[in-house]
Each structure stands twice: as C-alpha cells, then as structure tokens.
Design a protein around this ligand. Structure first.
Ligand code: PEP
Length: 249
C-alpha cells in the first residue's frame, strides 16, 4: 500500500519570516497527529536550512532542484544534492517544467540530477508532463512515457517519486479530466513496471500536479494510481495547503 505524499512547491516565493510562519501553521496541523500520509515542503534554497530546523523531522523538506554536478567545485550559483542532504533535507524536485522549459533541463540532465540526488541519500521527485500543443496533437502519453524513460537514473529504487504535471495545468486553474489523469498515471505505472519490474514499480509514488486546489483535490487524489499531489500556488497559503491534505484524513 503506497502512502500518499502531499507536497508543496513554494517556487521563488517567501522571505524568511513568511516562510517560517507558513511552516509553523502547517506544523500546527501535524504535531501530535498520526497522519495517514506524508507531508513535504519545498522552499527556496535560501530557506531550506531554517525550514529543516523549524520542522524538526515532523514533515519532510526538499529542495526545488539540485546541481547536475555532484562534487564541490567552480560552479557559481549551483547547490549540489550532497549539500541539500547535508543540511537535513530528505527530498529534491528535479525536472520541473519551469526548469525544463526555462533553464534548459533535458531528460539527460534530469536523469543526472536524479542520479546525484539518490547517491546523496535524498529522494528525487522527478517531474514529467506534456505541453498543450502535445496534448492537442494526441501525443501526451508518448511524450510523458519518453520523459519517464529518459529521466529515470540507473540507481532508481522504490522510494523515487514521479510527478505528472501537465505544463498547461500549472498555475492556470485548468486540470485534465479525471479520465485523462487516470490514463496517464496508469501509463506511467506500466512504463515503470516494464523498466523496473513490478516490485519496484509498485512501490513508487506517482503524484499529480497542476492547479490542485482544495475544491478539486479529493477527486484528483481518488484517481487510480494517483499517490499524492505536487502543489504550487495553493501551497503558499497554509489553509489551502492543509485543506488539500485534509481531504486524505
Ligand atoms: C507546480 O508548479 O508544481 C504546480 C503544480 O503549480 P500549481 O499548483 O500552482 O499549478
């Protein structure tokens, strides 16, 4: 039985006090509870260390990216997976569409980042998803299957998380039909099974991301092979983030 993962991607938002307030409000729902799901917050690099200290292991913390390089060196502006692990985080998002489209992350780069993430002892959340043009051309299943094949590293294990995020649903308020979500998640599970065998593939969580809100979370999270949500905009307000999580109580 896969435990659902409710994950917040704060993107490039939050000064220190606002971020710590947000996390304190999330903690107020979590503390003393035995939740039937995992909670993950992914603040910007500037807040990772403070948020790790604030949550004190009560929710998981992840970065929004890692460097493609794993060792120290002259890579100005980069932060390696090992450095993220060193400050106490447990996860790292890799291959978010905003980095694939805006920062040139190819499948090969995402694969390398995911490899380094696992080597550092972190769990990668590997994002995949089609553009609107690709969906309208009937290519969504093929595109996403190819992204999964191209982005999974060879050291993959059952803890690795895939996030299906249709690019056209991110930040737009639009979501796919539940039938389309089911078809995509079932397809991703089939690709994982073909690549890794049923034992590993069955353990891996496949999140849905793209305009998840309190009003649509329950139905999205009830879809076959949807093992959680990656939440952008709605993760910036504790009430909205928790309303989404609370649909799983
Ligand atoms: C995201 O950026 O990962 C995301 C899903 O954003 P939003 O929830 O705002 O669509």
């Amino acid at each position: 039985m896969r435990r659902k993962l409710i994950a917040g991607n704060w993107k490039m938002n939050m000064f220190k006090e606002d971020g710590l307030n947000l996390v304190r409000q999330i903690l107020s729902h979590v503390e003393g509870q035995k939740l039937p799901f995992d909670v993950l917050v992914c603040p910007p690099f500037t807040l990772l260390s403070d948020v790790c200290h604030a949550v004190n292991g009560k929710v998981f913390v992840g970065s929004q990216d890692v460097s493609v390089v794993s060792e120290f060196g002259a890579f100005t502006g980069d932060v390696s997976a090992k450095m993220v692990a060193d400050i106490g985080a447990e996860y790292a998002i890799v291959g978010h569409s905003e980095r694939r489209a805006g920062r040139g992350d190819t499948d090969a780069i995402v694969q390398e980042k995911a490899f380094n993430t696992i080597e550092a002892g972190l769990i990668p959340v590997i994002c995949v998803g089609e553009t609107l043009e690709e969906r309208e051309a009937g290519k969504a299943l093929d595109i996403v299957s190819a992204q999964v094949r191209g982005s999974l590293p060879k050291n993959v294990n059952g803890t690795v998380v895939i996030a299906y995020e249709p690019v056209w649903a991110i930040g737009t308020g639009k979501i796919p039909t539940l039938e389309d979500v089911a078809q995509m998640h079932n397809t991703i599970r089939a690709v994982l099974t073909e690549m890794l065998g049923p034992d590993t593939a069955d353990q891996m969580r496949i999140l849905y991301g793209g305009s998840v809100k309190p009003g649509n979370a329950k139905e999205l999270l009830a879809v076959s092979n949807v093992d959680g949500a990656l939440i952008g905009g709605a993760s910036l307000k504790a009430d909205d983030f928790w309303a989404i999580a609370a649909t799983q109580l």
